[in-house]
Ligand binder design. Sequence first.
Ligand code: GLN
Ligand code: ZN
Length: 756
Amino acid sequence: MTRPTPALTATVPGYPRIGPDRELKRALEAYWSGASDRDDLEATARAERERTWRRLAALGLDAVPSNTFSLYDQVLDTVALTGAVPPRFAPLGLDGLDTYFAMARGADGVAPLELTKWFDTNYHYLVPEIGPATRLHLDPAKPVREYREALALGVDTRPVLLGPASFLLLSKPADGAPGGFAPLDRLDDLVAVYALLLATLADEGVAWVQLDEPAYVADRTDAELDALRRVYARLGELPDRPAILVGSYFGDLGDALPVLASSPVEAIGLDLVAGELPAEDVDGLDGKIVVAGVVDGRNVWRTDLDAALATLRAVESRAGAVAVGTSCSLLHVPYDLDAETALDPQLRSWLAFADQKVAEVVTLAAALRGEDRSAEFAAARAALADRAAAPRVVDGGVRTRLAGLTADDARRGPYARRADAQRDRLGLPPLPTTTIGSFPQTGDIRRARAAYRAGRLDRDEYAGRMRAEIERVVRLQERIGLDVLVHGEPERNDMVQYFAENLAGFVTTEHGWVQSYGSRCVRPPILYGDVSRPAPITVEWATYAQSLTERPVKGMLTGPVTILAWSFVRDDQPLGDTARQVALALRDEVGDLEAAGVGIVQVDEPALRELLPLRAATRPDYLGWSVTAFRLATSGVADATQVHTHLCYSEFGDVVAAIDGLDADVTSIEAARSRMEIVPDVAASGFGRGIGPGVYDIHSPRVPGADEVEALLRRALADIPGERLWVNPDCGLKTRSYEQVEPALTALVEAAWRVR
Ligand code: GLN
Ligand code: ZN
């Protein structure tokens, strides 16, 4: 590298992009539906980018990122950047933008790229497909255009890109790739594309580029570490290039840190919230700028500035220089706390959203270089002390109850005894049919909920509407001939938010939207204090449903791990303690459902795998507390009460033992999409209770026929005895329409009859 390394003292690896009012979401959906054209979309996108650069510069960052904007997903952007568009999209004859959206959403019978979780977050990325013949070539239009746009506003930015090694590690082999091929086999070709990209950016005048390698915070083989070494040796030696910051987040780089420290890159970004301080003797680190992520980019609590400054000083003693950053992209938190005008002032004083976090970064950088920021530090200290001492955070009753727990509270009787009691009580046929809980959420239901929330509908009218919907759904299920019915969940906006609104210890926000994928956003509740259940939550709906029918109705709850995974959780006690508190609140609900005559209760844990630590060494601890929490929630019931759980992902490898550990009487899992691929694994693990591998892929509008469902059931029967096999869809039906759901469930029931 020939040019001098420009200043870098305060920065963030990324920022939200959906728009403070979800402007981009609306613009995308209007474009997709044909209600607007591409100029409208581009105008909204450009306005959001410009707003972001202006804002970040105004807040005082001396190094503002660009190319953190995306019309859908940053991994998909990298597919476009490197030309790695799977060949099935070519016959569609679409141009760049519409090919991009076709890869994200599918088009005319062409399947989209697979959507999957981004590390251990609730963000989802599109999985690139790389084969031996994938033609890789550079299309630098997006990062170049964004760099120029920002420069025109007077902001000289640092383009942020997914690094080549992580890109390939996050990819899957393209269809038809020979066995033994791994996307990483294409590393040299891809690095050539990145080399060209760096040259192009250098020509533009770009001083710094950020290449993210988050794949290296997970366990990696020696060959994968060597790949990282090769990438940065090669890019580092380019004669004319921007300075390189290699970003990492969501954990420790582990063995990848010495690799990067001894490479010719100028800077390394570390997550010092999820990860630890680097060791004192990492060779080469004293020649690097370390961008120390000391402000939590994934949670909403105000930073302990004193502790963060101490960390920065410790890093300073080990590195060539230290810059201040957030632990990861701010994509994972809402924009601005100031928008939350309804939040009570005390609680608000404990929080920081994206803009407040940027301000913390700037404050820390100033303090680090010796400027007087005592006022900000004093304010942060006071907020922290207030939070630590606040009576609303601690509930003595909850603490006492937690302290009194014994192992027996998380243990039910032997399964064989339970199975007998349940058989006697429920009298279900072999291969019982059921659903996962939700039925389609119609416009009427949504309007009723909104009207109730806004005070336009009183409690009685609202309950009447919900009861009418429940009755309709119960009758429909009877007509279709399902064996175990559900009430349909019409009262729930979201499976976590609904419980958060009804439990003590949580608050919800008005504008705290966070991108989940594409135009889809979620609004995670904030879990700030000890959790308890002031009053029954679901009992009235479940018992109403049960009162309408002779068939068993299954009560429906969201499990403790999923509630934690999809909320912003307190950081002042171990997650396991928080999980046990939520579990006890749910245990009360399970008990009340049982007492009210509900014989089956399902506790959903779709996020059990999502929170699984990225490194194997920390998994046993996680699986220990998460399984215990589920069992605490569900072990207070009699043998004759049947506990179900539902898990919705199909990569079970890492959690198969935990599924057994949950000790649920019946477990439904997603399986239709993978054509029952996971059933042999579950069977081989020795799992010996009821299991319902999904036979209807609810992610697609397609309606399966009875023959198809029958074939899946017969396939499952190869590994699972008939007396333990349940028949159900992959997941809830809330995103589908009745036109799809009714024939699909009819086919499911018909297939079960045939196989019986
Ligand atoms: N009971 C929930 C539903 O049916 C489960 C959703 C989920 O697994 N994500 O919608
Ligand atoms: Zn599911």
